[in-house]
Design a binder for this molecule. Structure first.
Ligand code: DX5
Ligand code: ZN
Length: 219
């Protein structure tokens, strides 16, 4: 059970300190948005390169961008240990996942809430993680979409059948109130932005979320 705090909800003027504040986390989740694939604009490769130099934990890049085939592998090359592209934006997801892995990163594929899993299940051998979005990508602080748990269960079933170590990440509206149902459905990597950086003590929020996820699972 791994926690990946999203720095989208952190203070962008103090990102080094904000990363230090969650050094007990498993990853730091960095949301790259290009104002085309999603309406919002955040940060890109130069900022990620700077974060990689100072982050106490590995960086989990979530790329909400057009043309990930062209722009995602450089994040892996820069040193991000996990790189997630959206299947809705990818032209050749198999080749893209291979290119990410070739740069030494875990290759991960994200699905928006409206994107079904079944047509992509055959891509599992190319992937190290599947990200099931539990909000419409673009903004932090939105309400959790519980109906996405059905998709998490379907991905978990595919992973079980396939075997191997493929993680399932959930992202959006994950908090102490919603993390248990995610874990029960089969998720094992939990992104939390507002639930971590909106808490009085971010590190404590990370530990509490991990404990909740760990406590409720009987797989
Ligand atoms: C949304 C981003 C999320 C976001 C989550 O498009 O992908 O990572 O930061 O924020 P919360 O946890 O506040 O929903
Ligand atoms: Zn994200």
């Amino acid at each position: 059970m791994q926690i990946s705090p999203s720095i989208l909800s952190a203070d962008f003027a103090n990102l080094q300190a904000e990363l230090e504040a969650v050094k007990n986390a498993d990853w730091a989740h960095v949301d790259v948005m290009d104002a085309h694939f999603v309406p919002n604009l955040t940060l890109g490769l130069p900022v990620v390169e700077s974060l990689l130099k100072v982050s106490p934990v590995p960086i989990d890049c979530h790329l909400m961008i057009q043309d990930p085939d062209r722009w995602a592998p450089p994040y892996a090359e820069a040193g991000a240990k996990s790189v997630t592209f959206h299947v809705e934006a990818a032209h050749d997801p198999v080749q893209l996942a291979r290119n990410i892995r070739a740069q030494g990163a875990r290759a991960s594929m994200a699905l928006k809430p409206g994107t079904p899993w079944a047509p992509y299940a055959e891509l599992l051998p190319e992937l190290d993680m599947v990200l099931v979005m539990t909000v419409e990508p673009g903004f932090g602080g939105q309400s959790f979409m519980a109906e996405q748990m059905e998709k998490v269960r379907a991905v978990r079933e595919s992973v079980r059948r396939h075997g191997g170590e493929i993680w399932i990440q959930v992202d959006g509206g994950v908090s102490a109130a919603t993390i248990e149902q995610c874990a029960q459905a089969g998720a094992d990597v939990f992104v939390a932005g507002s639930a971590v950086y909106g808490a009085q003590n971010a590190a404590q929020a990370v530990d509490e979320l991990r404990a909740l996820a760990t406590s409720c699972v009987h797989r």
